[in-house]
Write a protein that binds this ligand. Sequence first.
Ligand SMILES: [Ca+2]
Length: 337
Amino acid sequence: MPEERLVVIDTDAGLDDALALFISLRAHKQADIAWRILGITCVHGNTALDNVCVNVTRVVEVAKLSDEIPIFRGADRPLVYRTEKRSSFYHGTDGFGDADFSKIEPRIEHEHAVHALVRLAHEYEGKLTIIAIGPLTNIALAINMDPTFSQSIKELCVMGGNVWGVGNIRACAEFNFWADPESVHVVLESPWRQPILLIPWETCKIEAKMPLEWRTDVLGKVTSSEADMMNAIEEKILSRNTKIHDGWVSCDALVPAVMLSSKITMEVQSHFCRIELNGFHTRGQLVLDRPRLSGEEDNVLAVTKIDLQEYEKMLVWGLYGIDEIDFSMSNHIVFPA
Ligand SMILES: [Ca+2]
């Protein structure tokens, strides 16, 4: 078995975060997959931080891992410019589609998420994997608090930004990066052991888009508590999704999926990237040095093509619709040349 991946997931607990968490938690439970979740850190984003803490607690409870996985409360606002704008048109006002769930109390550790990130980075020096599927505020705060943080992390894997300037919350900006561009700036300027693995918006929108019927008639028919919860929180969006994406897209789930199975990634692009902080129309857009004028070393490895069928299999597996999946090549990312 390859070296065990030790994972912290940083999330803003919208709909696709739930699916990303279920896949990750299933991998954690399965003894023959070298994948252990050390904690989940909550950050503002798709919904207010209080909702994120409740949503993550709910997911971990459904996965029956409440005794094992600590949940930490992190930043409730971006580094500099506070915005109250959420993506409630998609994720609902509570981040989980305003589904009709009974009220629960969040189960949160006393330690702040940023303290936990810094502590774990040094407890597992050079061995920690961070999966960031919300705004990068917690990660930037950890870097600002401890300048050795980024060098202590084995790998950072992020859903966010864009490689062709196509946005979703703005014409040129993807939501996670737009929600706190200054934190993306801090992250991109930091020295990491290896380039940041990036799942950009265009890959999700074009490569990972599935027919709505696949979501409702294949993934939607899986019988498990996890699938029931996904169906409940996505009920409203599924009823009007054709108008938004002309299909169904789950962005965040692609991050653990490409990390767990090397069969999903079909193409990667290596770039030196910065983020636009000042543009009137383009604030939050990822700017790629395609002509290589900067002379800087590449800091991002972006997944740009995927095998959709392999991704679909992973989603079904994550919700317990498939007992076995071929993980023989898993737990290390082998990218095509
Ligand atoms: Ca998210």
